[in-house]
Design a protein around this ligand. Sequence first.
Ligand code: GLA
Length: 389
Amino acid sequence: MIEEVRELFVETFGVEPTVISRAPGRIEFVGNHTDYNGGDVLGVAVQQGISLAARTREDRLVRGISESGTTLFECSLNDLEIRPPATSWSRYPLGVLWAIQKHGSLFAHGFDIAVMSDVPSGAGMSSSAALELATAYAALHRFDHGFSRKDIVKICRHAENHYVGVPCGILDQGVSGFGKRDHLVFIDCKHEAFSTVQIPADTHFWIFNTDVKHSLIDSLYSERFSECGEGFDAAKTLKPGLECLVDYPVSELRALSKKLSSISYSRVSHILNENQRVKDVVRFLNAQPADIVEAGKQLFASHASSRDLFENSTKELDFLVNELSAYDEVYGARLTGGGFGGAVMAWTSSDFTRANAEAIGKRYSEKFNGNTRILHCLSGEGARVVWES
Ligand code: GLA
């Protein structure tokens, strides 16, 4: 892909790029909606990602192309406050440049950029976070900025929250930034602390994307966000000084039931138990030898909780998880990402084959009269510069 993105750059701008960056898509492994509740989450950076070629310009223009033959976007660094329409992918790179400047590093010159992706968009693998990280690594290359990897992750999230306008937690940018081959990324979202947890070498991931999405997906995400907020407010009446919802002890959940509607209580039960599952998975993976079976069970339990308590699953996702659970080669499977449609991820050994995956896809088509897009993934490295002149 490095060669392809270089060619796209040369074909579009008539000169060679000076830097090429690469940032991975991600799969949420376990920890559903825990991130914005100050909880823990595990994700995996995959080998599919975004490659971005760039070169500094003499003037203050930023120009970008994403595929051969498509229209170039163009914007001056002076006009970043005038945001592009929500439908334009330019919001992501421009948002990152805007956020870097907000954090004190001012660019004297603009950039030309060319972008290529092998992360399917809309597959719940956060191609947008990958694009943000790839932009940041290219733009900050050879720039005396003093930002750490963690700073860059936070700047990209700032761009997503305040420029693109999506109220996501730190999961997507954190995993794309801190990914490591044969490892999961563990994020303690309250302290914004990132570390990695080793996974067995014979680990494969499969994404089954239903392409079915609830029409109100964004407002449903915000609704869950608010319901968790209500839960946190109620928890504080019992435990003043609580810093975030997940700090409320799971053993004292029942006391909260009197303070909350049954819906908010279900949401809170999901979050507190899900947070515990993330910790348990880390413990099972760190055991010598790693207890894959028990770790996998937590993934199935996570799905059941999303389905029954957080109510962000769909009948399509439930069907896929149920099908996957029949295979011994599947350690665990669950909905991944925001939910209300989207994708299921399966964590498997190498004995789970494409033929197995396609057989599930076939049964899915028979039942739902639609196809599921199947993607095989391996763990990969986090955002970085992969080539420079
Ligand atoms: C989306 C958001 C993440 C996280 C997940 C749910 O993917 O972007 O920040 O909240 O949903 O766990």
